[in-house]
Design a protein. Structure first.
Length: 260
């Protein structure tokens, strides 16, 4: 198999599913991985039914054995990995003290640990593929810490830093590492999430919007390196405000939107 390839975590639903379908439609051999076997079966049927190619497999991103097994299987298909998309994530909302410590730890393990595990495990395959890319799903909620999303935003802030560091480290290997930054997206992950921020800002993006954004940014390789890509008008406005406004003003705006 000589065509381009992509691996997507959390691919059974939401952003991951929409991204898998889009890349498959553009001729990519897709590695679609998740803990949801039923969702993966449905996805595989949709991709192959449209003439695409896909390999699916159960992957808990916190499990290094799973990573080794899935990557070995994918390598046997094509011997290359053009794009790794670290999409898998979990979100729990509520006052920090009302969320039990096991849940806080799970958020850290999946949202940050899963990205570290997968990116580390995929490095040999990425390094052997000219022009390889890693796309990390960040979040506009990490631009400034959001009340009731404290652990979630903290993990996404850590992913931001990890992305920046690896983009510098891995340039010598011809591996580009970037982050995409949507705000709230209408997926199952935000079903039932009612924070002041979601109420004041709304849930305006769809999974297809984010998938299109990922597709577009992986096409862009300008002369001036860019690492962070906001998706949607709201995220772009918030990012600009956070960059240029004084800290007290950013804090005040976030206090207003979060009803704190």
């Amino acid at each position: 198999m000589s065509g381009p390839t992509v691996i997507i975590t959390g691919a059974a639903a939401g952003i991951g599913r929409a991204t898998a379908l889009l890349f498959a439609a553009h001729g990519y051999h897709v590695g679609a991985y998740d803990i949801d076997e039923v969702g993966l079966t449905r996805l595989a049927g949709d991709i192959t039914g449209a003439g695409g190619t896909v390999r699916t497999g159960v992957l808990d991103v916190t499990n290094n054995t799973h990573w080794a097994e899935r990557l070995a299987e994918f390598d046997a298909d094509s011997g290359r990995l053009d794009i790794l998309i670290n999409n898998a994530g979990i979100l729990r909302a509520g006052p920090f003290e009302s969320i039990d410590l096991a849940t806080h730890q799970a958020i850290v393990d999946v949202n940050l640990g899963g990205v570290i595990n997968g990116t580390h495990a995929a490095f040999p395959l990425l390094r052997s593929t000219p022009g390889a890319q890693v796309v990390n799903l960040c979040s506009a909620s990490a631009i400034y810490g959001q009340p009731q999303l404290a652990s979630y935003g903290a993990t996404k802030s850590a992913v931001k830093s990890l992305t920046e560091a690896l983009d510098l480290e891995w340039e010598q290997h011809d591996i580009r590492v970037i982050a995409v930054w949507p705000l709230f997206v209408a997926t199952a992950m935000v079903d039932g999430v009612e924070t002041a921020s979601t109420k004041s800002l709304g849930v305006r993006l769809t999974a297809a919007d984010v998938a299109s954004g990922i597709w577009e940014v992986t096409r862009k390789r300008g002369r001036l390196p860019k690492v962070h890509y906001e998706i949607g008008t709201q995220a772009k406005v918030l990012a600009v405000a956070a960059k240029y406004a004084p800290n007290w003003a950013v804090r005040t705006a976030n206090k207003y939107f979060s009803g704190s």
